[in-house]
Design a protein around this ligand. Structure first.
Ligand SMILES: Cc1cc2nc3c(=O)[nH]c(=O)nc-3n(C[C@H](O)[C@H](O)[C@H](O)COP(=O)(O)OP(=O)(O)OC[C@H]3O[C@@H](n4cnc5c(N)ncnc54)[C@H](O)[C@@H]3O)c2cc1C
Length: 238
């Protein structure tokens, strides 16, 4: 029989088409029984073993089923936002990285990379959770812990495909320190739920930087986009 937490996740989220692929369930499974390894296919979590000590934390980490925004706002800011779409904020600014190299290498001005580099250089964090292209398979982005400004720069730019960022919590559980984290809304929702629940690895994340997200693509969408582009050029593309 499937463990109850996984069964709830499977029925209410995965089979219901609500999985965001954030990787939270993978990252918190104490038995490492949940994997998300079919990235070129459906990219859905699956049970790969048994979880004897299951307490339902995989379902609790899920951002696909429900996100308790009022409770999370109280947990993080001790108040509800004046504007429910903007959320809680102190001030709103537009900016870019003043380091020309960071600005040039980044997706949209490099503010995210610049903040991470500043946090590392001023020793406010021991590492930053970022998403970089997998060596040898650049179309497969993966979450990593960047420890140096160079590693932050190497992970700059947006990867418009599925990245189970919160699977990194497994790795984070094994290391000491304070960390920064860059994530898309669905990934951040899972992380905030875990922080509110007191998950030990999630507590190590001191700075959460959220990036706006219009959509995330399946690899198959990227592949068919390239094929379509090649087709519209009359088959000239390589
Ligand atoms: C899938 C996706 C969809 C987006 N959709 C929009 C949109 O519709 N409209 C809009 O204005 N902006 C969108 N963005 C945000 C935008 O592309 C830039 O990421 C953002 O403006 C920050 O720019 P930057 O130069 O400061 O980032 P950079 O300094 O280049 O740093 C980017 C950071 O994001 C991390 N990152 C990259 N890809 C991912 C990922 N898939 N998951 C988690 N972390 C990641 C990198 O590790 C890096 O740390 C999207 C980003 C992504 C990843």
């Amino acid at each position: 029989m499937n463990p109850p937490g996984w069964q709830q996740l499977k029925t209410q989220v995965i089979d219901a088409g609500l999985c965001t692929r954030c990787g939270g369930c993978v990252g918190v499974c104490t038995e490492q029984a949940i994997v998300l390894d079919d990235l070129m296919g459906e990219a859905l979590p699956r049970l790969n073993g048994t979880c004897e000590s299951c307490d339902g934390r995989c379902y609790a980490a899920c951002s696909g089923d429900y996100v308790p925004f009022p409770g999370l706002n109280m947990f993080l800011h001790d108040r509800q936002p004046h504007n429910r779409y903007l959320g809680n904020f102190r001030s709103l600014s537009v900016g870019f990285a003043t380091d020309p190299e960071v600005r040039a290498q980044a997706a949209s001005g490099g503010i995210l990379s610049a903040i991470l580099i500043h946090l590392l250089e001023t020793h406010q964090v021991d590492g930053a959770i970022v998403t970089r292209a997998k060596p040898g398979q650049p179309y497969l982005p993966q979450p990593v812990i960047a420890r140096t400004p160079g590693e932050v720069k190497a992970a700059a730019q947006s990867k418009y495909s599925i990245v189970p960022v919160n699977a990194i919590l497994q790795q984070l559980a094994e290391v000491e320190g304070r960390f920064a984290y860059v994530g898309l809304p669905c990934q951040v929702h899972s992380l905030r739920k875990l922080q509110a629940a007191g998950h030990p690895a999630a507590q190590k994340i001191a700075y959460v930087i959220g990036s706006y997200c219009g959509l995330t693509l399946h690899f198959e969408s990227v592949r068919s986009f390239f094929e379509g582009t090649r087709g519209s050029r009359g088959g000239q593309g390589g």
